[in-house]
Design a protein around this ligand. Structure first.
Ligand code: HEC
Length: 156
């Protein structure tokens, strides 16, 4: 009898949260079940372990996602949100990752995501950025923050 290893890197804790959400949604009816599929479920399964339900992250190790849309103000920053390991290495195709990032922006940086200049990620754009691995995410993050702060030494 053939058996397949399942899980795809998902942790038991993430599955437990997902199962609980699915059960709660099933009890609440089909509309709610729909609301927790797609990007929201992807976030629970693949990102929430580090970034937490409210995007708060962890002091000193995982930055808060609150206001993370500020990186969209510069082209390298727009690429960074896709190229950061958590995004780039997620077991999601480019369309699903684009949808997930757009959902996260609305959820954790609603002011910027609802501004008229906001341009959602598209799958083809994600494909392009993902093809260029980020050697040192932390260094790139610090460089981008310096550029955003208007420090020309960051603008190399
Ligand atoms: C193992 C822990 C971990 C997981 C899982 C994870 N991330 Fe992250 N994430 C980080 C850390 C740490 C950073 C800070 C940059 C770095 O050092 O990689 C980060 C940064 C980010 C950023 C940039 C925010 C900023 O302020 O720098 C985005 C966007 C992001 N992650 C998206 C995701 C997505 C999408 C997923 C799920 C598909 C995910 N991450 C899963 C740890 C994680």
């Amino acid at each position: 009898m053939a058996r397949r290893a399942g899980g795809g890197g998902r942790t038991p804790a993430a599955w437990a949260v997902a199962a609980a959400l699915l059960l709660a949604a099933a009890a609440a009816g089909p509309a709610a079940a729909e609301a927790i599929s797609g990007p929201r479920l992807d976030y629970v399964l693949h990102c929430m372990g580090c970034h937490l339900e409210d995007g708060g992250g962890a002091p000193e190790s995982v930055p808060t996602l609150e206001g993370f849309g500020r990186f969209l103000q510069i082209p390298d920053g727009r690429a960074y949100l896709v190229r950061v390991p958590g995004s780039a290495h997620a077991p999601l195709d480019d369309a699903a990752l684009a949808a997930l990032l757009n959902w996260m922006l609305v959820r954790f940086d609603p002011t910027r995501a609802r501004a008229p200049e906001f341009r959602p990620y598209e799958a083809a754009e994600v494909t392009r950025y993902r093809a260029v691995p980020l050697a040192d995410a932390d260094a790139e993050r610090r460089r981008l923050l310096r550029v955003l702060d208007g420090d020309p030494s960051g603008d190399r």
